[in-house]
Design a protein. Structure first.
Length: 205
C-alpha cells in the first residue's frame, strides 16, 4: 500500500487500532475494489486510503445539506452513541434501534421525518430505512463492510461497521469533516471533543 501519511485525515495506525480496516471472511463483488489484501485466516482487509478518501467525499457531500434534513440511522447498538453524538454536534436527526415502517413515507406517523439524505450504519440491519429512502428517491450514504450488499446505495464508506471503536472513529471523522466544510471549524482545527467521546460502552453479557 503506497500512500503519503500526510494525505490522510488521521494516521493510518489510528484507523488500524480502531479496527476500521478489518473486514469479514466474506466479500461481495462490489466491495472487492476496496480490499487491500486477504489474511491467511481468510479475513479481508480494507484499503485505508480508500476509506479515508470516502470519508472526505461523504463529509463534503453531507455538508451541502441543511443538517436538519440529514437522517443518520443505526439499528446496531455500537452505532447508536456515535450517531447521537454526531447529530448533537451538527444538528442532524438520529434514528436508533428499530426503524418504524413508514418513518420516511407516512406523514401520519408520529415518528415521520422528511429527510433529504440518509446515512446508514449497515445496509443489512438498517434495511427498512434503505427501502424507504429508495422508494422516495433520496440519496443514501452507507458504511459498508466487505460482506455488505450495496444495491440502492449512492455513496459508500468502506469500513468495519460492526466494531464499537470503528464506528466511533468513522462518525467522529465525519462530524469533524462536516464542521470543517461548513466553516464551523477552520480547515485544520480540531473539535473540542475526541473520538473516544463517541465510543459506546461495552455491552455486558
Amino acid at each position: 500500500m503506497s500512500y503519503d501519511e500526510a494525505e490522510l485525515l488521521i494516521p493510518s495506525d489510528t484507523y488500524k487500532k480502531a479496527g476500521v480496516i478489518f473486514g469479514t471472511q466474506i466479500c461481495t463483488k462490489y466491495m472487492r475494489q476496496f480490499v487491500y489484501k486477504i489474511l491467511p485466516d481468510g479475513f479481508y482487509l480494507l484499503d485505508v486510503k480508500k476509506t479515508d478518501e470516502r470519508i472526505r467525499i461523504v463529509g463534503k457531500f453531507l455538508s451541502t445539506f441543511d443538517p436538519q434534513k440529514i437522517v443518520v440511522v443505526s439499528s446496531r447498538i455500537y452505532g447508536q452513541r456515535p450517531i447521537a453524538m454526531m447529530c448533537s454536534k451538527i444538528g442532524c436527526n438520529p434514528v436508533t434501534g428499530r426503524v418504524i415502517p413508514g418513518i420516511f413515507t407516512n406523514p401520519n406517523l408520529e415518528e415521520y421525518i422528511e429527510p433529504e439524505v440518509v446515512v446508514l450504519t449497515d445496509t443489512r440491519t438498517d434495511k427498512q430505512a434503505l427501502i424507504e429512502a429508495s422508494k422516495i428517491g433520496i440519496p443514501v450514504v452507507a458504511l459498508s463492510d466487505t460482506d455488505n450488499k450495496v444495491e440502492d446505495v449512492d455513496l459508500i464508506i468502506p469500513a468495519n461497521n460492526k466494531g464499537r471503536r470503528s464506528l466511533a472513529l468513522i462518525y467522529w471523522l465525519l462530524t469533524r469533516e462536516i464542521m470543517r466544510n461548513r466553516g464551523i471549524l477552520a480547515p485544520n482545527q480540531e473539535p473540542d471533543f475526541t473520538y473516544e467521546d463517541f465510543i459506546t460502552s461495552r455491552i455486558k453479557k
